[in-house]
Design a binder for this molecule. Structure first.
Ligand code: ZN
Length: 91
C-alpha cells in the first residue's frame, strides 16, 4: 500500500471538519504556503490515518491542514496555510 491508496479528495474530510468547525468547512478557501494556490478545502487531497487527517495541496503536496483527535481533544496544525477565508454566510 502506498500514499495513493490512502488519498481521497477533501470532501471526504467533511465529517471530521464538521466536528471541529461548526459550519460547512469544505467550502472555505485556503491559500497554500507552498505554491500560493487558492482552493476550497473540498479540493484538497485527503490522507487519512488512525488518529486524524491530513489535507494536502493537489498542486504541490504541502500539508495545509492536519487534524488529530486524541484522548478527547482535537489538535489542529494549519502551518501549511497562509490564509483561510470563510464566507460569513456559511452555515
Ligand atoms: Zn500548493
Amino acid at each position: 500500500m502506498d500514499d495513493n491508496d490512502l488519498r481521497l479528495d477533501g470532501n471526504a474530510a467533511g465529517g471530521l471538519l464538521n466536528e471541529v468547525f461548526r459550519f460547512e468547512m469544505t467550502a472555505a478557501a485556503t491559500t497554500c504556503s507552498g505554491c500560493g494556490a487558492i482552493k476550497p478545502v473540498g479540493e484538497l487531497m485527503l490522507y487519512g490515518h488512525g488518529m486524524g487527517i491530513i489535507l494536502r495541496c493537489a498542486g504541490c503536496d504541502v500539508a495545509l491542514i492536519r487534524i488529530t483527535h486524541i484522548r478527547g481533544c482535537y489538535r489542529l496544525d494549519l502551518s501549511g496555510m497562509i490564509c483561510l477565508q470563510i464566507d460569513a454566510d456559511i452555515q
